[in-house]
Design a protein around this ligand. Structure first.
Ligand code: EPZ
Length: 442
């Protein structure tokens, strides 16, 4: 047991923010596009890659497969000529669920892949049955043994076959895995009830830039005509709509006027609509810049998470924190993941008035939250606790930062840039007086 104490974020609340913040490349696009480099037998030059623990883990896994990766600032050069491994070790996959998506490009490129089941995580069971079923429909023989998915394409060509695939749920990961697999398959593939998230579109455009034939990404029907090989590419990752949404909520919860850029406004339609329904004004200053002009009397609104273009589940926790301080009652309903309300108990420690009924949080707005030591349970929950800390009276100490650092590129530094009183306590001296919390089961 390491006796190095994990860092803690210390936030002094009720400090107005001001200025503008730069939005990094999208985590959920970067991760899957990095697995997409496995499809390419040449060089991939990937720009605007965020600095995240998850990206480091993905680079570790791809290097394990034999890829050569060099980083220069926020650019990665990936040489995927030689894949020397078709199986991924559990200790790497268990660190990063998205690495399971590599099964698609590995199978498409090599005709064989062995990838451990990623298992569940804090927010839900997260099975991969839709990925496996789709690969079987493309002709792969897939069996699961000792927690590992073994997949092989029979026949001399070892090429997957095009297929008509219907997804029971518009799963982002399953759509991405199967779309990548289909790019090198023999014949045509159609994915019905496909996910329409902007990250799916960014992946499709990345594959098309390598020579793939894909139509309909961003709609619920994607068509792919397989090609024998893909070529070198120079690609820039889209801005992170969830990081952008998190900063808009930072402006709203502290009643501060701030700007965010670069963003793709169309990726934030549902988030902007809910902020405007509360009474905030969102102004578009130019093509890729948004500014929040907060109301001083934010109204409570109901939120129900849905696949894109519905309200994103990855913004649920942040909005739930916002609703704790809004005028009136609201209901926040999580429909995508079965266990994504673990931030509620910690927000209640800060004085929020919330009752949980299954996946519905019934919230009565309070005039003020009070700072407290709180513990993160997952990535977006940690962001919600930071936001609540920015609005709370006194000091908040956020623990479990390994969750935050997985998916936010220097969030505390960026908030400091907007004038927040937030600092990362790391040294034994700084941490000496911090009570080490344990996460409670709700
Ligand atoms: C992606 O996860 C994102 N992760 C998640 O972001 C995001 O919350 C999610 O999409 C939904 O938008 C990445 O892109 C790396 P799904 P993914 O497959 O692909 C069920 C964050 O905070 N399902 O769309 O794993 C599943 O259990 C993370 O950045 C099956 O039943 O999500 C869930 O209930 C968290 N069988 C629902 O579908 C399957 O085979 C949605 O999952 C696949 C999924």
């Amino acid at each position: 047991m390491s006796d190095v104490l994990p860092p803690v974020l210390e936030i002094v609340g009720r400090i107005p923010l001001q200025g503008e913040v730069r939005i990094s490349g999208a985590k959920n696009s970067a991760l899957v596009i990095l697995t997409g480099t496995l499809l390419c037998g040449e060089d991939c030059h990937i720009r605007n890659v965020p600095r995240l623990m998850d990206v480091e883990s993905m680079m570790e896994i791809l290097t394990f497969f034999g890829l050569k990766i060099q980083r220069q600032g926020d650019t990665l050069d990936v040489d995927a000529r030689h894949i020397t491994q078709s199986s991924a070790p559990y200790e790497l996959v268990s660190k990063l669920r998205a690495s399971f998506f590599a099964i698609g490009p590995l199978l498409a490129r090599l005709g064989v892949a062995r990838v451990p089941l990623p298992g569940g995580c804090a927010i839900g069971a997260r099975p991969v049955d839709l990925h496996v079923r789709g690969l079987r429909e493309m002709g792969a023989h897939v069996h699961i043994e000792h927690g590992v998915v073994h997949a092989v394409v029979p026949g001399s060509s070892r090429r997957l076959k095009g297929a008509k695939i219907y997804l029971d749920f518009p799963s982002v990961g399953a759509t991405e895995t199967l779309m990548m697999a289909a790019t090198l398959a023999e014949g045509d593939t159609t994915i019905e009830n496909a996910a329409q998230e902007p990250e799916v579109v960014d992946l499709a455009n990345f594959c098309r830039a390598m020579g793939a034939k894909i139509r309909g990404a961003g709609t619920n029907t994607i068509q792919i005509v397989g090609v024998p090989r893909l070529h070198a590419v120079d690609w820039s990752i889209v801005p992170d709509r969830i990081e952008a949404g998190t900063f808009l909520v930072a402006g709203a919860i502290t009643q501060s006027e701030i700007s965010i850029f670069p963003v793709v406004p169309d990726h934030l339609t549902a988030v902007v609509a809910k902020l405007e329904e509360m009474g905030h004004r969102i102004v578009q200053d130019g093509l890729n810049r948004l500014r929040i002009v907060p109301t001083d009397c934010p109204q409570a609104v109901d939120i129900e998470t849905l696949p894109f273009p519905g309200f994103p589940t990855d913004m649920q926790a942040q909005f739930l924190a916002l609703m704790t301080l809004a005028e009136g009652n609201s209901v926040v309903t999580e429909t995508v993941f079965e266990n994504r309300m673990r931030h509620v108990a910690e927000l209640k420690r800060m004085g929020a008035n919330i009752r949980l009924r299954g996946n519905n949080a019934l919230i009565s707005g309070v005039p003020l939250l009070s700072g407290a030591p709180v513990m993160s349970s997952d990535l977006r929950a940690s962001a919600a606790l930071v936001l609540a800390g920015l609005a709370a009276e006194g000091k908040t100490l956020v623990q479990g930062l390994h969750h935050l650092d997985r998916g936010y590129d220097r969030l505390d530094r960026k908030l400091q840039g907007l004038g927040a009183q937030i600092r990362r306590l790391e040294t034994p001296e700084e941490l000496a007086h911090i009570p080490q919390l344990a996460l409670k089961e709700i």
